[in-house]
Design a protein. Structure first.
Length: 379
C-alpha cells in the first residue's frame, strides 16, 4: 500500500472511505511484487496499479463492489488464460492473489498515522492479515520506526503480539514479506498469515570523488530513490552548487567519513577518484563493512595495482572478491551520464541477483523474487 501512500494519506485526512486492493501473493512472472496496491474511492477515482495494466479493470470493479457491499474483505486470483484470449488474466503468464477490503479512516486511526509517517519519510511497518480465520482477514496493526509499540485492530492478543514481533524484525531488515504465526496450540491454535508492508529509510548511495561522473551518478541515484551523499577531501570541489541532486555533500577524507557514517546491507559505495591516496584507505574500510555494493572506477591496470596494494594491507581474497572494478556493466558507456547508467545498472543487478544479460538471450521468468538483502548482511 505504500506505493500510493501520499494519496491514501490525503484520503484518510479527508475521512474519505476507499477500497484497497493489495497484491498478497505472486506466482510466476507477475509484473509487480507483493505489497503493491490500488485504491478506489466512493466516486470511482483510482490510484495505483496491481498488474501494470493487465487486470486493472477487473480489480477496479471488484473495489467498487466491496465499497457498495456490507461484506468483509474479498480474495481474488488472477492468472493466465490460454482458452480465451479476451478473458481477464495476466498476459505475462504469472498469477496474482489480491485482497480487497474497505477502509474507513475514522475506524483505523493507526493506519492513517502509519501513512502519515510514510509521507514524512519515517520508517513504519503495517501487518495485514491475508489468510486465517474469517474474523481476522484484513485486520491490521502498525509498528512505528522506534519499534516500541504496536497499534491497530490486532493488538492485545497472542496473534497481535506474534505479528508485532515479526513486523519489528522486518522493519529492521527493511523489507516487505509474508509471515505466518500460530498454529501451535499455545494461545494461537490456528495459523495466521500476514503481509507485512515495510517502509524503511531510503537506501544510501555513497559517491566518493567530486568529479563530473559523480554529478551524473548522484542524479541517477536520486532518480532511483537513493539517499545520495557525495564526499571529497577537497572543499573547493565538494560543494552543493556542483551536486544539486545529492542529499548531502561532505568535504572530508573519504575513509574518515565512511568510518563514522551509517551503512547497511542496502548501501552502495562508489569510488570515482581513481587516486591511490584516496582510494586505498577508503576501500580498506569499505570492504570490511556490511554494505551491499562496492565499486571503483579506473582502468584494468589501475584495478590490478589497487589489488596489489590492498593485499599488502592484509585484505583477504573474500574481501577483494566483493570489489566491482572496473565499475559498471559493459554498455559501451562514454559520457558521464552513460557511465552513471552503467554503474546503477550493475548496482541493480547486484541487488536483485540479475545477470546483466539481454532478456532476449535468457529463458525462464522475466520477473524473479528479490533476495531482499538484510541490513547488516554481507553478500
Amino acid at each position: 500500500m505504500f506505493n500510493i501512500a501520499e494519496t491514501l494519506h490525503r484520503w484518510c485526512r479527508d475521512a474519505r472511505p476507499f477500497a484497497l486492493a493489495t497484491v498478497v501473493g505472486v506466482q510466476g512472472s507477475a509484473p509487480l511484487p507483493a505489497g503493491t496496491s490500488v485504491a478506489v474511492d466512493e466516486h470511482g477515482d483510482a490510484v495505483g496499479s496491481v498488474s501494470g495494466g493487465c487486470v486493472e479493470g477487473a480489480v477496479h470493479e471488484l473495489c467498487r463492489e466491496v465499497l457498495r457491499s456490507d461484506g468483509g474483505p474479498v480474495r481474488a486470483r488472477f492468472g493466465y488464460s490460454d482458452d480465451d484470449a479476451f478473458a481477464v488474466g495476466l498476459t505475462c503468464g504469472g498469477e496474482l492473489d489480491v485482497l480487497v477490503r474497505r477502509v474507513d479512516p475514522a475506524e483505523l486511526p493507526h493506519l492513517a498515522a502509519a501513512l502519515a509517517d510514510v509521507v514524512r519519510g519515517r520508517p513504519v511497518a503495517v501487518a495485514e492479515v491475508v489468510d486465517g480465520p474469517d474474523g481476522l482477514l484484513g485486520s491490521t496493526l502498525s509498528v512505528l520506526g522506534d519499534g516500541t509499540a504496536a497499534h491497530g485492530t490486532l493488538t492485545g492478543g497472542p496473534v497481535g503480539s506474534l505479528l508485532a514481533e515479526e513486523a519489528r524484525a522486518l522493519l529492521r531488515a527493511g523489507r516487505t514479506a509474508r509471515v505466518t504465526v500460530g498454529g501451535n496450540g499455545a494461545g494461537c491454535p490456528e495459523p495466521v498469515t500476514a503481509l507485512v508492508h515495510v517502509h524503511s529509510s531510503r537506501p544510501r548511495l555513497l559517491v566518493f570523488g567530486a568529479v563530473d561522473f559523480a554529478a551524473a551518478l548522484s542524479r541517477a541515484g536520486c532518480f532511483l530513490g537513493y539517499r545520495v551523499t557525495v564526499c571529497d577531501a577537497r572543499p573547493v570541489f565538494a560543494t552543493t552548487a556542483r551536486f544539486p541532486h545529492a542529499d548531502e555533500v561532505v568535504a572530508d577524507w573519504p575513509h574518515r567519513y565512511l568510518e563514522r557514517t551509517e551503512v547497511d546491507g542496502r548501501t552502495a559505495v562508489c569510488v570515482l577518484t581513481h587516486d591511490a591516496k584516496f582510494d586505498i584507505p577508503l576501500l580498506r574500510v569499505a570492504l570490511d563493512l556490511p554494505v551491499g555494493y562496492v565499486g571503483a572506477m579506473g582502468s584494468r591496470r589501475t584495478h590490478d595495482e589497487r589489488l596489489r596494494l590492498l593485499r599488502e594491507l592484509g585484505l583477504t581474497p573474500h574481501q577483494l572478491a566483493r570489489l566491482h572494478s572496473p565499475i559498471g556493466l559493459d554498455l559501451g558507456a562514454r559520457t558521464p551520464e552513460e557511465t552513471a547508467v552503467s554503474i546503477t545498472a550493475e548496482i541493480i543487478a547486484r541487488s536483485h541477483r540479475g545477470t546483466g544479460l539481454p532478456l532476449s538471450e535468457l529463458a525462464g521468468p522475466i520477473h524473479r523474487a528479490s533476495p531482499h538483502p538484510v541490513a547488516g548482511s554481507v553478500s
